[in-house]
Design a protein around this ligand. Sequence first.
Ligand SMILES: [Zn+2]
Length: 402
Amino acid sequence: MLTGERTGTDGTGAGGAGRVLQLIREGQAVTRADLARRTGLARSTVAQRVDALIAHQLVYEAGGRASTGGRPPTVLAFNERAGVVLAADLGATHSRLAVADLAGEPLVEQAYDLDIAAGPAAVLEWIQARYESLLADAGRGPADVLGIGVGIPAPVASGRGEPVAPPIMPGWDGFSIPRWFAAHYDAPVLVDNDVNIMALGEHWTHWRDVEHLLYVKVGTGIGCGIVADRHIHRGAQGAAGDIGHIRIAGHDDVVCRCGNVGCLEAVAGGRALAHRLTQAGLEAKTSRDVVGLVRAGEPLAIQIVRDAGRHLGEVLAGAVNFFNPGAVVVGGDIGDAHQQLLAGVREVAIRRSLPMATRDLRMVPSQLGDRAGVVGAAIMVIEHVLDPDAIDRVVRTPVPLT
Ligand SMILES: [Zn+2]
């Protein structure tokens, strides 16, 4: 039976090679006959689309499969090694870089200490040198790079790849990261806020069947990535999910770096927790130090992380009532102390949310941990490169002679 999808007469859109590749890639149709049924295209048209995808090495024939009689149909498979993407998750002082295949699987991946406050020229030169050696380690070169995905700890101008008034990235305001990479690679460069790519990485790898998800990063600061209808929701100006500056009751004596008082981040962020431990005579400079003290069983550290979870739970109760997510995933450095933190979150968020919003709600620690960002950066750019419209354009260009 035909499923009757709209078909483009010019080889694009629902009848184009891009849509055919998508069906093969998602495993929804893996033979020419399946593809004809799913798209409503003539067998001869499907054959043309598949031939074009094979010529561009995006698809290969993976052999036959058992059938009920006659010659087994040839199974088609997506060629995940048709190219690579470069992924970067840049933090204030730590970064993670990867070369990934087109399934988002890292071929090589490495974490580094990197001070983002050194400014765009120094930081990007350094990253480019690392990419050259990582590509060599993966047995690939610059010509194999189909796209670059970058996450940064700052708001990003949507579509331009420029940080906007970044509080912890001096010298980066309005700097075009895509333009800088254009001198080295003939490939699209996508830039997004680090919390958004973490949400994407976590959703893609562990929560594909969940349509609506919140990813909460609890590190030095606190932020939230929103997955709505399986896509990142950025808001009108890219500021959606900035829950760190929601005011919590009873903390008007705490001044936040944003100038307001009683912000969640100023009370429950890693910097605030480290400061409180230092005042009590314990050694803690960063959010990682706070987690170290929790792991060592330090009672005060356990207590303040549990309290931080309760404050976070207060804000998340509002977010859960408002957005009704299927899952809330908690990550970031402080998220590593997730047993204590989540205990506090669950205690307050469940009590303060409407039963209907929490009936099937999962509140869980991040599965990817500090890899969420680099995985999400790769997925972000792969989805862009393999978008059906982009593939339609690719297959219209002549196959390069090799
Ligand atoms: Zn604030």
